[in-house]
Design a protein around this ligand. Structure first.
Ligand SMILES: *Cc1c(COP(=O)(O)O)cnc(C)c1O
Length: 355
């Protein structure tokens, strides 16, 4: 059996949730959109169900997967309804939907529900993608209050630069939000992971942590005990000696500068390891550091074992996880941990409860 594995440490996930909820205070929706950032939405939601106040996903279909798996807690749908059918599904399955634009408001007003639903009203305070502008939020709130389909309104906004604490953008967003909503009834929600970690002024009734739940810190400087949840690992399945000057792999990107011993690892970009990883990217072989050499292929990648004579076929190779932070790989390839985690796939998933 091919040895590529995605190990998901559900105890680390629970630890991270507790820590973030405690830091923020009040309640926290665990953001499990995009299959829980690649970690398995159902398994993650089931592990968090006993301790989480609720969950958040991007769209209604993601919420229905959780309901079908027996998740009974509140589920907030961050993108809200795309059509009237989404509103009817929200009613049937007791979902909380974000209302961020006029067309969603109108579609809601056209529904007739047996039971009114809680909704979240989104204010645009500087991200400038979705959300009612500050000068339109009171009117939208008034229409929701007047709407028979609505039981309760929570006010929210989303921070564009919370991971850059030296920038004034976040405090400007918070000030604008408070100013625009001060006269409006309802609970408040501002903070994503970076908001929780870096902006005490963003702490309100509900937090919405995503990436930090999975152990990746959007602010490398912040010293908090977040534990990595996902480990992407595989094993050496073949070993090859290279003569000095010999090329290695597609495009002969790497040439051996001296005689080398190369390990072939059963994981590639189809498993989610980035093809753009440069020569020298760190891996851990049975706990010891080694380096990627040559281009990452679809199903395999190559590492330098010259200085690890005891390593060979069967040696365990961590590509990211507890020894190799996913953030360091993300930095090496010019992206963010979110993208790498979301792309992790194909490797066999193993859910663990701590080690
Ligand atoms: C994805 C998302 C979050 C979670 O963001 P992280 O940076 O992963 O913590 C919170 N709020 C909204 C509206 C989102 O779309």
């Amino acid at each position: 059996m091919r040895p590529a594995r995605l190990r998901i440490d559900l105890a680390a996930l629970q630890h991270n949730y507790r820590l973030l909820r405690q830091m923020h205070g009040a309640r926290a929706l665990a953001v499990v959109k995009a299959n829980a950032y690649g970690h398995g939405a159902v398994q993650c939601a089931q592990a968090l169900a006993p301790i989480a106040d609720g969950f958040a996903v991007a769209f209604v279909e993601e919420a229905l997967v959780l309901r079908e798996a027996g998740i009974a807690a509140p589920i907030l749908v961050l993108e809200g309804a795309f059509d009237g059918e989404d509103w009817r599904a929200a009613h049937a399955h007791k979902l909380w939907l974000v209302v961020h634009q006029e067309s969603q408001l109108r579609a809601l007003e056209e529904q007739t529900f047996a039971q009114p639903l809680p909704v979240w009203l989104k204010c645009n305070t500087g991200m400038n993608r979705v959300g009612f502008n500050a000068d339109a939020i009171a009117r939208a709130h008034q229409r929701l209050k007047a709407c028979a389909q609505v039981s309760d309104i929570t006010l929210m906004t989303h921070l564009a630069r919370a991971d850059e604490p030296q920038e004034s953008a976040t405090s400007e967003q918070i000030t604008l939000f408070d100013h625009a909503t001060h006269a409006l009834e309802g609970a408040r929600s501002l903070a994503n992971s970076a908001g929780i970690l870096a902006h005490p002024a963003a702490r309100r009734d509900w937090a919405r942590p995503g990436i930090a739940l999975y152990g990746s810190n959007p602010l490398p400087s912040a010293d908090v005990d977040l534990r990595p949840v996902m480990t992407l690992e595989s094993r050496v399945f073949a070993v090859r000696e290279l003569a000095a000057g010999a090329p290695l792999g597609y495009g002969a990107r790497f040439h051996a500068p001296h005689p080398m011993r190369i390990g072939l690892v059963a994981a590639g970009y189809a498993d989610g390891y980035p093809r753009s990883a440069p020569d020298g990217t760190l891996v851990a072989v049975d706990g010891r550091p080694a380096r990627l050499v040559g281009r990452v292929a679809m199903d395999m990648l190559t590492i330098d074992l010259t200085d690890l004579p005891e390593a060979g076929i069967g040696s365990r190779v961590e590509l990211w996880g507890k020894q190799i932070p996913v953030d360091s790989i993300a930095r090496a390839v010019g992206t963010i941990s979110y993208e790498l985690l979301c792309n992790a796939k194909r490797a066999q998933c193993i859910f663990e409860n701590g080690t």
